[in-house]
Ligand binder design. Structure first.
Ligand SMILES: Nc1ncnc2c1ncn2[C@@H]1O[C@H](COP(=O)(O)OP(=O)(O)O)[C@@H](O)[C@H]1O
Ligand SMILES: [Mg+2]
Length: 255
């Protein structure tokens, strides 16, 4: 390679190392939405994202995983999904992106849910069973996709592991009721960067589709799936907001 071409490619590589959005756009041919760009660029230790169905959660998780694996090597990156099917699907997004990169980046791919890159980084996509994370240590990044559907024991297993490695924890999900780690963290977690994107804010979701969804899902499920609202799973006459309001002791008495 001529010297100029070599230094140009080194310069570009430095740009991509420093800017995950330039990396995603140029090397993965994935143009992140503003919130996805914010996620990719954030250095916060803990990030929680409350995002509409089909908003681009899994795609941005895959791009972020690859950036860390390529430019913070040797890195262990864990992707956690609620089920085996979802973890394989998410890993499929990683391998789709890998096809756009130099083949030299990939060393080996095993069992369709993990890969090792030539720089010795590993990306492992796991189902949300806490037993599956035994044996992994010091992850630089853990992304939990559809985190509101992952069982609480998984978070109990993950947190000490991250405390040791000082790694980044990213929870991305559509809400799933007013319960669980994702809900509690969104409501009360301290030291978390929060991002919320409803379906109307997603450029790929049309108003016609949302109208149809509203008719099919009904108002409660619609607000959960597309408006990022935490709703009661079996809310009927009384929502938990009403019940909570009834339980507070500093209410204004009816006169
Ligand atoms: N920034 C983007 N630009 C173009 N298409 C995108 C972008 N983000 C996501 N998509 C596409 O939108 C669809 C839903 O994305 P996905 O990541 O599966 O959403 P989610 O996991 O939130 O349901 C996929 O077809 C994906 O390729
Ligand atoms: Mg998804």
């Amino acid at each position: 390679m001529p010297r100029d071409a070599g230094s140009l490619s080194l310069g570009l590589d430095l740009t991509y190392a420093l800017d995950p959005v330039a990396f995603a756009t140029d090397r993965l041919h994935f143009e992140p939405d503003p919130w996805q760009a914010g996620l990719l660029r954030s250095n916060a230790r803990q990030i929680i994202e409350n995002i509409t169905r089909q908003g681009g959660k899994s795609t941005s998780a895959a791009a972020g995983a690859l950036h860390t694996a390529l430019y913070d090597a040797p890195a262990l990156v864990l992707l956690v999904s609620p089920s085996l099917r979802q973890s394989k699907e998410l890993f499929g997004k990683v391998t789709d992106f890998l096809k756009d990169l130099q083949p030299a980046e990939l060393l080996e791919e095993d069992n369709r849910s993990s890969c090792t890159l030539a720089n010795c980084s590993r990306i492992v996509s796991l189902p949300g069973d806490p037993k599956t994370i035994r044996g992994f240590s010091a992850p630089k990044k853990v992304i939990v996709d559809e985190a509101a559907y992952v069982e609480p024991a998984m978070f109990t297993a993950l947190r000490p592991m991250l405390a040791v490695s000082n790694g980044q924890l990213i929870l991305i999900s559509t809400p799933n009721g007013r319960q669980g780690y994702f809900y509690e963290t969104w409501q009360h977690g301290e030291g978390w960067e929060r991002i919320r994107i409803t379906a109307r804010e997603c450029p790929r979701i049309s108003a016609e589709y949302l109208e149809q969804e509203r008719r099919e899902l009904g108002p409660l499920l619609y607000s959960q799936e597309h408006d990022c609202e935490f709703v009661d799973p079996d809310s009927s006459a009384f929502s938990s907001a009403l019940i909570e309001a009834a339980l507070v002791d500093d209410f204004e008495a009816f006169v």
